[in-house]
Design a protein around this ligand. Structure first.
Ligand SMILES: Cc1cc2nc3c(=O)[nH]c(=O)nc-3n(C[C@H](O)[C@H](O)[C@H](O)COP(=O)(O)OP(=O)(O)OC[C@H]3O[C@@H](n4cnc5c(N)ncnc54)[C@H](O)[C@@H]3O)c2cc1C
Length: 359
């Protein structure tokens, strides 16, 4: 059986960040990633200043990858629109570009990439992964980084996956007044985010409660209904017939763990899932990947429990506040009150953005 010091399941931002730091620290790191090449993924593409700082620590320059600067947030609910400056510069960058750049950096640092292979299940006690083709791989430590996707043998205990929201993503032509903004459209049961990405198109990403999809026939009908509730979203979707959507089901916002098995590091969305409204999931993925790798380099596989406890505590504030914001955004009356507050006190929106960063 193939053995590595650090065996990483999943090569998204969390898995790649861990691989880069592990390889830089001299540990043998192997990443198993099911996608063979560049791909889109359900994500808003918003990189907060904490994501940008983590990328810099990993030796990547997001601006050189074409990231588009974002300095303002525009909130819309029904016919109301409120704008505010962000406390610091953020960016829009597609995950297609970001994930490939991170994996290339991991390979350059000396990590081994096993691409186009799927981990079918994990045995956490034995610290092994079973891959497609029935191949088994073992690690002194396992890094679980399959993100939004469930992994047999490594459940997110207590996460209400079946009732959790649905994520959808597509690209549309960027309207001229979107430059420099992250635009959020709030509606009953969810919200959508829109920003300009590196190729000049706009990334449109939605989080929607399942009951909204069940009430209509398919995604196109859902989008038409949401547009009828949000004039700004309707305007953005004018002349965009035949959109192709990527989807992910069961994103358990608010879930996090504070412990793990000996030698098992749970990173990114496997450790803490922040509401996508906050736009901080990539920062949590990068930061937890880096912190887990540091913990392993210092303390070996036995450091997993302490890492998980400390990262769980660190994620409590941003994840908890993001849940409160999501709760308010998805309900008519709290949403109306929040819009009134944001309009009256323009410093509240940047404060909310600040408090939902992992830092
Ligand atoms: C609708 C929506 C919008 C969002 N918008 C934003 C945003 O704008 N900004 C932000 O910061 N965060 C956003 N997020 C959150 C962000 O996408 C996640 O927090 C982040 O992607 C987590 O990174 P990760 O590396 O843990 O997992 P992922 O990004 O999910 O990566 C997991 C990787 O593992 C691979 N994989 C999965 N299963 C297997 C397997 N069995 N075998 C091998 N490989 C496997 C996948 O192919 C993937 O490459 C959003 C989330 C949603 C749902």
């Amino acid at each position: 059986m193939r053995r590595a010091a650090a065996l990483i399941a999943g090569g998204g931002p969390a898995g790649a960040a861990a691989a880069i730091r592990l390889a830089q620290g001299g540990a043998e790191a192997v990443v198993v990633e099911r996608r063979a090449g560049a791909h889109d993924t359900v994500c808003g593409g918003f990189l907060g200043w904490d994501s940008l700082a983590a990328l810099e620590r990993l030796g990547l320059d997001p601006w050189a990858l074409g990231a588009q600067p974002i300095d303002r947030v525009r909130l819309s609910a029904g016919s109301r629109i409120v704008e505010a400056p962000l406390p610091r510069r953020a960016a829009g960058l597609s995950r297609r570009t970001l994930d490939e750049a991170l994996l290339a950096r991991a390979a350059e640092a000396g990590a081994e990439l096993v691409r186009g292979r799927t981990v079918r299940s994990a045995d956490l006690g034995g610290r092994t992964l079973r891959l497609d083709g029935d191949e088994e791989m073992a690690g002194d430590a396992l890094f679980l980084a399959t993100g939004k996707y469930e992994l047999r043998g490594a459940p997110r205990t207590g996460a209400a996956i079946e009732s959790a929201p649905l994520g959808l993503r597509t690209s549309i032509p960027a309207p001229p007044d979107l430059a420099g903004h992250i635009e959020l459209h709030l509606f009953d049961g969810g919200y959508s985010g829109l920003l300009v990405q590196e190729d000049g198109s706009a990334n449109l990403c939605l989080s929607v409660a399942r009951h909204r999809l069940k009430q209509v026939e398919g995604v196109d009908a859902l989008i038409a209904e949401l547009a009828s509730e949000s004039p700004l979203l309707a305007r953005r979707l004018e002349e965009t017939a035949g959109l192709e959507w990527e989807a992910v089901a069961g994103v358990p916002y608010g879930w996090r763990t504070h412990d793990s098995e000996e030698g098992v590091f749970r990173i990114g969305d496997r450790g803490a899932v922040i509401a996508s409204l906050a736009g901080d999931g990539v920062a949590i993925a990068l930061t937890s990947g880096l912190a887990a790798a540091e913990a392993f380099l210092e303390g070996g596989p036995g450091a997993a429990g302490a890492f998980q406890g400390s990262f769980g505590r660190r994620s409590n504030r941003p994840v908890g506040i993001a849940e409160t914001l999501r709760w308010s955004a998805e309900r008519r009356l709290p949403r109306a009150m929040a819009m009134t507050l944001f309009a009256a006190f323009p410093r509240l929106a940047p404060l909310a953005a600040k408090l939902t960063r992992i830092g």
